[in-house]
Design a protein around this ligand. Structure first.
Ligand code: AMP
Length: 293
């Protein structure tokens, strides 16, 4: 695997492959690679001829300077893991390669960027994500770009960005990879101290409570979120938000009725802000709960 740091080197590497009709896959990451990232890289390896992993801790999407400072960084380890998972190229640009002096353009996706993560982290967060993803898609011009369901709102923002700006790329979404106790893998998990690691399982338990009560026939969003909140509170964690939304538009859902619904939540455990989500299956309001006769 080669590590490239400039846009022109990456284009030099990918140009001949593209002209030869080879399929290029891009997996954007901020590094501190874990099984969640590696599952996306392996998926890209299966679906593409050339696999590019980008490694860029994007300052534009951090709303807290201390979170950006504390973000784990270990490029040598990331390079090893990405290579072993099947990456051909690690694109690891410096900040001024991505945002040179005088950089002045922001891409923002209205509407879908506003609720949940947008409300909690501020409008600049998804504008930072959309801008850097638009740039990475233009830089690498992949046939397919891979993202994780763990960041469900990010996926929805990027799908809309690609559709609205006619960017010729297919977006593939991989399932959330979890620890055996349900905690969604995240680069920030390494910052959880002793007891916080155990408390962090409250997020996955809240999602399980939502799934359970929905599977038992509950359709009312308020009742489902109440069950999830109380499972979370039992684990000693308060949600920053916990809502039922449409997975495509991120608009609130009051009653589950024939469409899939996403339960999305965020919470701070100690200093570490974690997010997670679960898709509830589509059932019509009049349908009996799964398993009943
Ligand atoms: P990040 O490095 O946090 O920007 O994440 C890079 C990509 O990996 C994003 O598309 C994330 O959604 C995805 N990702 C992060 N954590 C997980 C996980 N636990 N399971 C699957 N994908 C993940």
């Amino acid at each position: 695997m080669r590590t490239l740091r400039t846009i022109s080197d990456l284009r030099g590497e990918l140009g001949p492959a593209r002209r030869a009709g080879r399929r290029i896959g891009l997996v954007p990451t901020m590094g501190a690679l874990h099984e969640g990232h590696l599952s996306l890289i392996r998926r890209a390896r299966e679906g593409c001829d050339v696999v590019v992993v980008s490694l860029f801790v994007n300052p534009a999407q951090f709303d807290e300077a201390c979170d950006l400072r504390a973000y784990p960084r270990d490029e040598a380890r990331d390079a090893r893991l990405a290579g072993a998972a099947g990456a051909d190229v690690l694109f690891a640009p410096a900040a001024d390669e991505v945002y040179p002096a005088g950089f002045a353009t922001t891409v923002s996706v209205a509407g879908i960027s506003d609720p949940l993560e947008g409300r909690s982290r501020g409008a600049a967060h998804f504008a930072g994500v959309a801008t850097v993803v638009a740039k990475l898609l233009n830089i690498a011009q992949p046939d397919v770009a891979y993202f994780g369901q763990k960041d469900a709102q990010q996926v929805a923002v990027i799908r809309k960005l690609v559709r609205d700006l006619d960017i010729p790329v297919a977006i593939e979404v991989g399932p959330t990879v979890r620890e055996p106790d349900g905690l969604a893998l995240s680069s920030r998990n390494v910052r959880l101290q002793n007891g916080e690691r155990e408390r962090a399982t409250a997020l996955a338990r809240a999602l399980q409570a939502a799934r359970d009560i929905a599977a038992a026939g509950e359709r009312d969003a308020a009742a489902i979120t109440a069950a999830a909140r109380s499972a979370m509170a039992a684990g000693g964690v308060q949600p920053e938000y916990l809502e039922l939304v449409s997975p495509d538009t991120f608009t609130p859902v009051d009653v589950i009725d024939g469409e899939p619904v996403l339960v999305a939540l965020a919470a701070r455990v100690g200093d570490v802000r974690l997010i997670d989500n679960a898709l509830l299956p589509a059932v019509a309001r009049s349908e009996p709960p799964t398993g009943s006769h």
